[in-house]
Design a protein around this ligand. Structure first.
Ligand SMILES: O=C(O)c1ccccc1NCC(=O)[C@H](O)[C@H](O)COP(=O)(O)O
Length: 214
């Protein structure tokens, strides 16, 4: 089996960034969403992206961003991937891909099989990221620690490369990989000691568990 991709999302300080890369994460998520405890400012993000250059890819995570914000941010922050984690339509996702000229990942909230089918509308996107669907009216659309019912994904025929997210942690990620066949996993709150505070030991344990499962 090829190496399983790992994204550690919601990094906001240099020590956690080094811990994630040192543990073997290949993608680092920077959250640009003011309501999130993981939100990073433009200067902070620029410094983190610069520090990670050549060692890991930087995924900028946005919730229904407007074009001005994306354009302004990209003047300062070097991104490798844009992750759209809001209610972006397939047409809006295609627009962002064309305008920004970067790989785009679209997050899809999953509670039932029909939610997996919803991903088919996003053909052409670089990857879809299946995350647990938060309850209606929740403050955050992601980084919630909620988990997908992995049995929905067993044997599912995907038509777009995908990533498994939602409630993963060092203890359950091996089982999640075996249950779903994921070849790319994403984690945020499962490697934190408090919301927004990454824990280097948990990051290392998570990456080790992914390697063991692969
Ligand atoms: O992490 C956030 O705070 C966040 C805020 C708004 C939109 C998305 C957000 N995170 C997206 C991610 O890619 C998370 O890694 C993913 O939702 C999994 O989170 P978790 O269940 O905490 O591992």
């Amino acid at each position: 089996m090829a190496r399983i991709g790992i994204k550690i999302c919601g990094i906001s300080d240099r020590a956690s960034l080094d811990a994630a890369i040192g543990a073997g994460a290949d993608h680092i998520g920077l959250v640009f969403f003011a309501k999130s405890p993981r939100n990073v400012g433009i200067e902070q993000a620029a410094a983190l992206a610069h520090h990670a250059a050549g060692r890991a890819k930087i995924v900028g995570l946005f919730v229904d961003p407007d074009a001005d914000f994306l354009n302004q941010l990209r003047q300062s922050v070097r991104l490798d991937v844009i992750q759209l984690h809001g209610k972006e339509s397939p047409a809006r996702v295609a627009q962002v891909m064309a305008a920004q000229g970067l790989p785009v990942w679209k997050a899809i909230g999953v509670r039932k099989t029909a939610d997996l089918d919803a991903a088919r509308a996003y053909q052409g996107v670089t990857r879809v990221l299946f995350d647990a669907k938060p309850p209606e009216g929740a403050d955050l659309p992601g980084g919630t620690g909620l988990r997908i019912d992995w049995s929905l994904m067993a044997g599912y025929r995907h038509t777009i490369p995908w990533i498994l997210a939602g409630g993963l942690d060092p203890r359950n990620v091996g089982e999640a990989i075996h249950a779903t066949g994921a070849d790319f996993v994403d984690v945020s709150s499962g490697v934190e000691s408090a919301p927004g505070l990454k824990d280097a030991e948990k990051i290392a344990a998570f990456c080790e568990a992914v390697r063991a499962a692969g």
